[in-house]
Design a protein around this ligand. Structure first.
Ligand SMILES: NC(=O)c1ccc[n+]([C@@H]2O[C@H](COP(=O)([O-])OP(=O)(O)OC[C@H]3O[C@@H](n4cnc5c(N)ncnc54)[C@H](OP(=O)(O)O)[C@@H]3O)[C@@H](O)[C@H]2O)c1
Length: 330
């Protein structure tokens, strides 16, 4: 099968190329970039010095069975309609088609949605919750990285509890490859800093997918890759370890950890992989449950998950091309 990546010079584009390059069923037929047009892939991604790929210009008639869009939000929705018209399968990593309510999308992202008619068609690309729909889909929306960590941590508790406070710690690559004052080395190195104290955009995705009333606070931490989500559920302290194991028994990328702090979810144990580690601890005395989840934002939070969806859309084994263990130590 042929796969094309639109916006391949950025961080999620790089991880799509890295994983698809060793996928046994995929040939990368095109990678596009405006900035690196005509240049070898390694000019943008020096780690790919041995690859023969070259950046080309975007065209809707690209030769591919599946197209990944790794563009900023609002740039994707300009291209998705004409791509879908060609009959190709599309996986969009941006936020443009994640939220089912266009009014909430427009409020959250502060822009006018230009393809609202396609929102319904987009399947939310989280295989652990939407596996059967993804298998039948022509159009899948990638999920937010912090949203992925939050949703996977909370999904088994749907209907058991309703209110959650999520404290999320995020590595710098989640902000993409274009730097700003907040991602500059002196601001980030050796530091932990709240960057979205309330009203984080991904709250709406978590609410949509879990039904929880979500209040989220996000911190930028001194990591390149990785997310740790700490979900505090007040007035709830049932032992739910078995519930979690049962809920995810058919989900090959979810690993439920022991309660021992030495083994609880930790970005260091998932970096470079498509795994999501989840651990649950209860505080009976204060009636509180804490659920931790850790992912690599560029893999399970973006490109790896998109390829997991592609595998399902094409009837391949869900794990194909994604079975590598995390980098450790990293
Ligand atoms: N980073 C993460 O951890 C993460 C996780 C989940 C989802 N996402 C989502 O994935 C998407 C890509 O994220 P990223 O981190 O890879 O961003 P990035 O590093 O900034 O890359 C985006 C790429 O899109 C291209 N681009 C930018 N504006 C464009 C436009 N108006 N039209 C066409 N191409 C344009 C750029 O390439 P050229 O300038 O070379 O054309 C750039 O390399 C975003 O929507 C993001 O929200 C990111």
């Amino acid at each position: 099968m042929k796969a094309a990546i639109i916006g391949a010079s950025g961080y999620t584009g790089a991880d799509l190329i890295r994983i698809l390059d060793s996928h046994p069923d995929i040939e990368i037929s095109a990678i596009t970039s405006r900035k690196y047009l005509g240049k070898s892939v390694w000019k943008a991604h020096p780690s790919m010095r041995n690859l023969k790929l070259r950046f080309t210009e975007y065209t809707k008639d690209v030769d591919a069975d599946v197209i990944f869009l790794a563009l900023p939000h609002t740039a994707s929705m300009e291209k998705v309609p004409e791509l879908l018209e060609t009959g190709v399968k599309v996986i969009d990593l941006s936020a443009d088609f994640r939220l089912k309510d266009v009014k909430i999308w427009e409020k959250t992202y502060g822009a006018k949605h230009t393809a609202p008619n396609l929102i319904e068609k987009a399947v939310y690309g989280l295989p652990e919750l939407h596996r059967e729909e993804i298998k039948k889909a022509d159009f899948v929306s990638g999920t937010g990285c912090e949203a992925t960590a939050g949703i996977l941590a909370l999904a088994p508790l749907q209907g058991k509890a309703d209110k959650v406070i999520i404290d999320v710690k995020v590595g710098g690559s989640a902000a993409g490859s274009t730097g700003n004052a907040g991602t500059h080395y002196p601001a980030r190195a050796g530091n932990v800093r709240p960057y979205a104290p309330v009203k984080h955009r991904h709250q709406e995705e978590i609410k949509q997918e879990t039904g929880f009333e979500v209040s989220m606070t996000a911190h930028a931490v001194d990591l390149v890759r990785g997310i740790l989500a700490t979900c505090h559920i007040p007035n709830f302290s049932e032992d739910v370890s078995k519930l979690y194991r049962d809920f995810y028994k058919d989900s090959p990328f979810i690993r439920i950890t022991p309660k021992d702090p030495k083994f609880l979810p930790n970005p260091k144990y998932v970096v470079g992989s498509n795994y999501c580690d989840i651990g649950v601890v209860t505080d009976e005395e204060h009636k509180r449950t804490v659920v931790f989840s850790a992912i690599d934002n560029l893999v399970k939070g973006a490109s790896g998950q998109a390829i997991q969806c592609m595998n399902l859309m094409f009837g391949l084994k869900e794990e194909t091309g994604l079975e590598a263990l995390p980098l450790y130590p990293a």
